[in-house]
Design a binder for this molecule. Structure first.
Ligand code: FAD
Ligand code: SF4
Length: 513
C-alpha cells in the first residue's frame, strides 16, 4: 500500500470536525484512525454509561467523517485484538507507513506520555497539535500562573472576562460586579423544586443501541446500568440540549445551583459537560448562548454570570491547573489518608440517604451535579480519610463527563484538599447540617444530622467534628477556618473523648454505614 501523508489519530474526547488535527485533512492522502480499546475502560473500572457515552459519540462522529468522504480506519471493540490506544496506533503505522502522525493534545497526561514514548520509539514524526477547543491554552495558563504565588479562580476568571471581552463594559464588569453569589445558591422551600422542567433525554438511535449492546457484551461486569441511557451523543442533539437549558432552566440556574432534592437528579443544571468534554460543542458557543439570553432579557444577570463563571472560569482554570501540576497532583496526599473506598460507592447500598441518592443517580445516569460531587461524595471521602487515589479512580470511572484533566484537579484539589490548598483557600468540609440545609435528604435517613455520637449519629457530622479535632491547629492558622477551630476548642474534654471513640468506630466500619 502507498504511504499515507498524515495518520490522524482522533481520540474519544476529540470529536470536533474543526479540530486542529482535522483542519487540513486531505481525503486523498490522509487516513483518520479511531479506536475503542479495552484499556480505556479498564484502567479504572469504568461504568457502562461512561463507556457507552464515548463509544456512541465516537461512532456517530465516524459517520460524519465518512459522509465527508474522509478515509477512516475505525476499530470497534471486539473487532480487533489490541488492548491499548498505542497498540492500535502501532498497528496502523505498520499498515499505512505515514509521513507523520497527527493528533490533538490529549486530555489525559497518561495518554500523552504514551504517545510521546511511541513517537520516539517508532521513529516517526508525531505532531501534537494545540487543542483550540479551550479559550486558554496550556502555555497561556502557565504564563498567567507564573505571576501568582497562589492560584485563585477569581483572579483567573476576571482576567478571562477581560481578555475575551465577555460581559464587560470597558474595563469594568457588566453592572459593576464580578460576583452575584449573594443572590444565588439558595435551598428549595419545603415544597421542593415544584416547577423544574424535565431534562432533555434523547432516545438512543440504532447506532447508540449498538454501542450499548457492545458495552454489555465486553464490559458486562462493570458498574452501573444502561437502562436509562439517554444522553446527547451527536453535535445536533448536544446543541438541542444547550438550547433546552437556555430556554427552560438558565433563568433559575444560579438560584438553585447548590440545592439538592430526593429523586431529582437533574434540576436546573445544563447537563452538557459530557458533550463539551468530547468536543461536540464548544465553550464559546455555550457562553454566547447564555449571554444572548441575558441580552434578550430572558435570564437575569445572576444566573448568567454564575453560569459563565463555571464555563469560562472553573472549566478553563481546572484544565490549566491539571497541565501545570501533572504528574505531581496524581500522587498528592496532603493528609496521608490511606483508607479504602467503602464498597457502597459502587452500589449505592448504604443507609446514608444523601449518599444513596448521589451514588444511586450516578450509577443510574452517570451524572450528579456539582454540589453532590463536592459536598456529598467528595467531602465524605475527605472526612472518612479515604486514600485520594481510591476516590479519584471512582470519579474517573462513574461519570460520563469524566476525563482526567477535569476529574483529577476537582477531586484531588477541590474535594480532598490532597494538594494542600494549591488552588483552594481552605478544605471544603461540612457536617450533616449543611446537607440538611441544602436538601431534603435527611428527612428520609436513618441518621440524624445534628447528632455527633450515638447509634443514630450522622456519619458526616461525626467525621466533621473528628476532622476539626484532628486538624484544629491547621484550621486555627487559616482566617477562613479559624471559627471552626474555635468551635472544637470549646468542646469539653469528656465530649471530645466520646467523639474520638465514636469517630474511630465509624471509621473502622465505613462499609457498614
Ligand atoms: C469532585 C468533583 C469531580 C468532578 N468531576 C468532573 C468531571 O469528571 N468532568 C466534568 O466535566 N466536571 C467535573 N466536575 C465539575 C462539575 O461538577 C461538573 O462539570 C458538572 O456537575 C456537570 O454537570 P452540568 O453540565 O449539568 O453542569 P452545570 O452545573 O450546568 O455547570 C455548567 C458547566 O460548567 C462547567 N463546570 C462547572 N464546574 C466545574 C468545575 N469545577 N470544573 C470544571 N468544569 C466545571 C462544566 O463544563 C459544566 O457543564 C467535578 C466536580 C467535583 C467537585
Ligand atoms: S443525616 Fe447525615 S447521612 Fe443522613 S442524609 Fe443527612 S447528612 Fe446524609
Amino acid at each position: 500500500m502507498k504511504r499515507c501523508r498524515h495518520l490522524i489519530f482522533v481520540l474519544g474526547d476529540q470529536l470536533d470536525e474543526h479540530s486542529t488535527a482535522l483542519v487540513d485533512v486531505d481525503p486523498a492522502t490522509d487516513i483518520v484512525l479511531m479506536a475503542e480499546v479495552p484499556e480505556e475502560s479498564n484502567h479504572v473500572w469504568s461504568s457502562k454509561a461512561r463507556t457507552a457515552f464515548f463509544f456512541a459519540a465516537m461512532r456517530h462522529f465516524a459517520a460524519v467523517l465518512e459522509m465527508r468522504k474522509i478515509k477512516l480506519d475505525y476499530r470497534r471493540i471486539g473487532a480487533h485484538r489490541f488492548d491499548s490506544l498505542v497498540a492500535v496506533l502501532s498497528d496502523a503505522v505498520r499498515q499505512y507507513r505515514p509521513q507523520a502522525i497527527v493528533v490533538v493534545q490529549p486530555g489525559d497526561w497518561r495518554v500523552e506520555q504514551a504517545l510521546l514514548a511511541f513517537g520516539r520509539a517508532a521513529n516517526v514524526e508525531l505532531q501534537i497539535r494545540e487543542d483550540t477547543h479551550f479559550l486558554c491554552s496550556r502555555r497561556a495558563f502557565a504564563d498567567w500562573a507564573s505571576g501568582y504565588k497562589q492560584l485563585r479562580l477569581e483572579f483567573f476568571y476576571r482576567m478571562m472576562r477581560k481578555r475575551h471581552d465577555i460581559m464587560m463594559e470597558g474595563d469594568a464588569p457588566l453592572q459593576g460586579r464580578w460576583n452575584f453569589d449573594a443572590e444565588n445558591r439558595r435551598a428549595f422551600s419545603i415544597a421542593g423544586p415544584t416547577n423544574a422542567p424535565a431534562a432533555l433525554r434523547i432516545r438512543p438511535d440504532a447506532i447508540t443501541r449498538e454501542a450499548m449492546a457492545d458495552v454489555e457484551t465486553h464490559f458486562a461486569g462493570h458498574p452501573g446500568t444502561l437502562d436509562h441511557f439517554a444522553w446527547p451523543v451527536t453535535r445536533k442533539d448536544a446543541l438541542r440540549a444547550l438550547q433546552a437549558f437556555v430556554t427552560e432552566r438558565l433563568a433559575t440556574f444560579g438560584r438553585y445551583q447548590d440545592a439538592m432534592w430526593t429523586d431529582e437528579p437533574f434540576l436546573y443544571h445544563s447537563h452538557i459537560s459530557a458533550a463539551m468534554n468530547v468536543k461536540l460543542i464548544n465553550p464559546r458557543e455555550v457562553i454566547a448562548a447564555v449571554v444572548d439570553a441575558f441580552e434578550a432579557g430572558r435570564a437575569p444577570i445572576e444566573a448568567v454570570e454564575g453560569y459563565v463563571r463555571q464555563v469560562l472560569g472553573w472549566r478553563e482554570f481546572i484544565r490549566g491547573v491539571y497541565w501545570l501540576d501533572m504528574p505531581g497532583i496524581r500522587e498528592a496526599n496532603h493528609f496521608r489518608h490511606a483508607r479504602k473506598l467503602p464498597a457502597w460507592y459502587w452500589t449505592g447500598d448504604t443507609q446514608m440517604n444523601c449518599m444513596k441518592q448521589a451514588v444511586g443517580q450516578t450509577l443510574k445516569h452517570g451524572y450528579a451535579h456539582h454540589i453532590q460531587r463536592l459536598m456529598v461524595t467528595g467531602i465524605f471521602g475527605l472526612l472518612a480519610e479515604i486514600e485520594p487515589k481510591e476516590l479519584e479512580d471512582w470519579y474517573l470511572a462513574v461519570y460520563i463527563d469524566a476525563v482526567d484533566w477535569v476529574e483529577l484537579p476537582n477531586v484531588a484539589g477541590m474535594a480532598l484538599f490532597a494538594n494542600g490548598g494549591r488552588f483552594t483557600s481552605k478544605p471544603y468540609i461540612a457536617s450533616g447540617q449543611y446537607i440538611k440545609r441544602m436538601s431534603n435528604y435527611c428527612v428520609g435517613c436513618s441518621y440524624r444530622p445534628e447528632a455527633k455520637i450515638g447509634n443514630d449519629a450522622c456519619p458526616f457530622t461525626t467525621l466533621y467534628w473528628h476532622f476539626l479535632d484532628q486538624h484544629g491547629e491547621m484550621l486555627a492558622r487559616n482566617p477562613r477556618t479559624s471559627l471552626m477551630a474555635k468551635n472544637i476548642a470549646r468542646m469539653p474534654d469528656a465530649d471530645r473523648a466520646a467523639l474520638r471513640v465514636h469517630a474511630t468506630m465509624t471509621l473502622n466500619s465505613l462499609d457498614a454505614l
